[in-house]
Write a protein of this length. Structure first.
Length: 361
């Protein structure tokens, strides 16, 4: 059995946990899940999970921790109990949501689960990776999409779940496309995760700055295909065939986020908020129609996973997009498309706008 510490958005965390096809799920404590899986090698892939590892019985801790010099535990009482019963020599206290580098590099962290069961932490959320992407980019602009790397990670994993379930493709042969590539968050993460990538935008000036720096980091994966082209996906025209843009390789997944424009400030009127949504809807509908037209004749259309802005009130972007997909499905198409979402909202502190993950497949 295995366990995971969920991030502050438990529904999003559980959606990503489907990547490992978790079963026999139980919740011993708030924010903790115990499960079984036959895909344990994918646990390090989870981005929305703070910690994960193996579940063991208390009686087995003595043997498992015999050579460990420092044990990290969540409270004093439990530390003293294990020192007395299991014979651990030294322990330190750590918050259950803490992912400090020292914990990962020294000793072992164990978590008291329930009824004599403990979790031995084996995988931590890769904070260093997300910091390198979100804050280390030399080329970035507030006028572009600023999708967090962690959010991009969960969006890719939502799609990867379908690959593992159906075994249609090998991961190393999958291509991700971002038509609003902006400051290249999607490519940086896709490259680290071993995906080929295609990126386009009306401006690609930040590409050279970001790719040169990325190649100097430990996160860079060489020999993965990268295609970059300047392109306005919202331009009012369609291409005769996808090969006119992508050549002989069609993307399997489209992951993107538009600029969450216009900026919504505290105190904005309902009327101005509605006008803001109208502008955003025009962009979203235009993009979806263009992608629909582009891949209309393809038997296997790429799955689209993207975010939409969620306003403080009077939201109707999602409803409009559902109506659009219904309309497109009523045209002659080779494959009906479905649209769904994760109901939980991703929103950082002190932000007026949240994000909702949408999936078209």
């Amino acid at each position: 059995m295995y366990f995971a510490i969920l991030w502050k958005n438990p529904e999003i965390s559980m959606t990503e946990l489907q990547l490992v096809q978790a079963k026999e799920i139980s919740y011993p404590k708030k924010g903790i899940v115990i499960f079984d899986t036959k895909y344990k090698e994918l646990l390090p892939q989870l981005g929305w999970i703070i910690k994960a590892g193996t579940v063991v019985k208390e009686k087995d801790l003595q043997e498992l921790l015999a050579d460990v010099k420092i044990i990290w535990i969540q409270n004093e009482a439990n530390g003293k109990h294990l020192k007395r019963t299991v014979g651990i020599r030294r322990y330190k206290l750590v918050d259950i949501f803490h992912t400090d580098r020292e914990i990962k590099n020294k000793g072992k962290e164990i978590i008291n689960l329930e009824n004599g069961l403990y979790g031995i932490v084996e995988h931590y959320q890769d904070i260093e990776l997300y910091e390198a992407i979100d804050f280390g980019k030399p080329g970035r602009s507030m006028q572009m999409g600023m999708m967090p790397a962690k959010l991009t990670h969960i969006m890719i994993n939502i799609w990867l779940k379908n690959i593992i379930e159906n075994w249609k493709l090998k991961i190393e042969n999958c291509i991700i496309y971002d038509p609003f590539v902006g400051s290249w968050t999607t490519w940086l993460l896709a490259n680290h995760l071993w995906y080929d990538f295609m990126g386009s935008d009306i401006k690609t000036k930040y590409f050279e700055q970001n790719i040169d720096r990325w190649k100097t980091t430990n996160f860079y994966t060489p020999d993965k295909e990268l295609r970059v082209f300047t392109h306005d996906i919202l331009a009012p025209r369609a291409w005769p065939q996808p090969k006119d843009i992508f050549g002989d390789k069609i993307p399997n997944l489209i992951v993107t986020e538009w600029w969450l424009w216009p900026i919504i400030r505290t105190g904005i009127s309902k009327e101005d908020m509605q006008e803001a949504q109208k502008e955003v809807i025009k962009m979203y509908e235009g993009f979806i129609i263009q992608i629909h037209n582009l891949f209309f004749s393809q038997p296997e259309k790429p799955i689209m996973i993207f975010t939409i802005p969620i306003y403080p009130e009077n939201n109707y972007i999602e409803t409009e997009l559902i109506d659009l997909i219904t309309t497109l499905n009523n045209t002659k198409t080779l494959k009906q498309r479905s649209i769904s979402s994760i109901s939980e909202i991703y929103q950082r502190e002190n932000q007026n706008i949240g994000r909702k993950i949408m999936i078209i497949q």
